[in-house]
Design a protein around this ligand. Structure first.
Ligand SMILES: Cc1cc2nc3c(=O)[nH]c(=O)nc-3n(C[C@H](O)[C@H](O)[C@H](O)COP(=O)(O)OP(=O)(O)OC[C@H]3O[C@@H](n4cnc5c(N)ncnc54)[C@H](O)[C@@H]3O)c2cc1C
Length: 393
């Protein structure tokens, strides 16, 4: 709390400050307002603060979605809905956790609680050549707007990264008639999520739909060539494409936290109450490492936002995560994955089912710890989900 100068010293409550207006920032304020309608909330974002569904970016071409159709509310509308002040195009440059202030646009702003909802950034492509600068990535609505324009003029698109997001973009591009080649080092797509039989079935289904694969290789260099690009692959072959999209992964946005001396490992380290290593500082969403887990997905954000809203409202609540299966948005081959906890011991049991694969990850005692369902086997999602243990109980 701070006090203005003057005879009648009326206390002025420092706001809850939230840095980031992505799903994490906005979901938190929505939940917080269910508990507290009066405490001032001040949000900062370096973008324009539009509210949009980021998961839709990787299947928006199929629905011919222009960027403005993906945004459901601008910052002014969100500010009104949430009873919050929102400062857009305002990059938070530093945090002074001892003084409970942040630095924005050369000014110092006090906070009662500070929530970092900074998201994640694309990993830089480890390749050489004058074409690397022109490689696109899509991790925001503004990125999507640029990508959509570039795609309109491209015939063949190379997608680097056969993970969840790369495969979704590939299937989306294919659906609008583009030629697509997906490149990556693993033997099968979604290599971190699918065991071999499931990976092979997924690969075949997308191939039948028209996606080409260059697996078991990496991209060493990209050279510009008469409006197109020449990709040099690690097996000494070349691939020509009109456009290159990189989907090799994200890393939590941690620079601000590192500079402020907060504890950071893969993400900003927080406990089950989403508390960082300085008093009254919290982290939520893709930037956070919660109890050792970095889970850059929608469901962990929703569970975290609900718990943190209660904590900020004066009723400390630890976050709990049930099992949270993720649907892969590839209409050519429906797939659902629910990975086992990273350190879990067990083995995959894969079974071919009519037109697909059911894979179950079983503990030594036979308990179900995770699954991957491909094709018609996705119908088993609910039945298997209820058997899974919670991720954080
Ligand atoms: C293409 C794509 C498809 C996806 N599909 C799925 C899916 O199907 N299912 C699923 O569960 N998950 C999916 N995800 C993941 C999911 O979308 C993310 O987990 C979620 O949107 C992250 O929200 P966030 O608020 O943590 O981060 P972001 O949305 O990245 O928001 C970060 C915010 O922080 C702000 N910011 C950062 N640094 C500063 C600073 N210094 N100063 C001011 N502002 C700052 C940014 O401006 C932004 O407002 C997908 C992700 C992508 C990219």
């Amino acid at each position: 709390m701070c006090f203005p100068a003057g005879r009648d010293r009326v206390p002025v409550v420092s706001p809850v400050v939230i840095v980031g207006t992505g799903l994490a920032g906005y979901s938190l304020v929505r939940e917080f307002r269910k508990h507290d309608t009066t405490t001032p909330v001040l949000m900062f974002t370096r973008d324009d603060g539009e509210f949009y569904s980021k998961p839709m970016l990787s299947n928006a071409l199929a629905h011919d979605m222009a960027p403005d159709r993906l945004a459901s509310a601008d910052a002014a509308r969100m500010a009104e809905q949430l009873n919050a002040a929102i400062r857009t195009r305002a990059e938070v440059a530093a945090i002074d956790s001892a003084g409970s202030t942040i630095q924005v646009d050369g000014a110092s702003v006090s906070y009662s609680s500070l929530v970092l909802a900074l998201g994640a950034r694309q990993l830089a492509l480890p390749a050489r050549g004058d074409g690397v600068d022109g490689v696109l990535t899509v991790n925001s609505l503004a990125d999507y707007a640029r990508y959509r324009v570039a795609v309109a003029n491209a015939g063949h698109i190379a997608v680097i990264g056969p993970g969840l997001i790369g495969c979704e973009f590939a299937d989306d591009l294919r659906s609008i008639g583009k030629r697509v080649t997906v490149i990556g080092p693993d033997a099968t797509p979604l290599g971190r999520l699918l065991p071999p039989m499931a990976g092979a079935a997924f690969r075949c289904a997308l191939e039948d739909a028209g996606v080409a694969w260059r697996l078991g290789v990496t991209v060493c260099a990209i050279t510009r060539m008469d409006g197109a690009c020449l990709l040099e692959l690690s097996d000494d072959t070349m691939l020509e494409a009109d456009l290159v999209l990189s989907a090799i992964g994200l890393r939590p946005e941690t620079d601000l936290a590192v500079a402020a001396g907060l504890t950071v490992r893969r993400g900003i380290v927080v406990d089950r109450y989403l508390r960082a290593s300085a008093a009254n500082v919290y982290a939520l969403g893709d930037c956070a490492e919660v109890d050792g887990l970095v889970l850059p997905f929608v469901m962990p954000i929703m569970h975290g936002a609900r718990a943190l809203a209660r904590t900020l409202g004066g009723e400390p609540a630890p976050v709990t995560y049930p099992a949270m299966p993720v649907q892969v948005k590839t209409p050519s081959c429906p797939a659902v994955v629910s990975p086992a906890p990273p350190s879990a011991a067990g083995t995959w049991r894969e079974e071919a089912v009519e037109g697909g694969v059911q894979a179950r990850f079983l503990a030594p005692d036979g308990a179900l710890l995770g699954f991957a369902l491909i094709g018609p086997a996705v119908a088993e999602k609910q039945k298997l989900s209820v058997q899974l243990p919670p991720i954080l109980s």
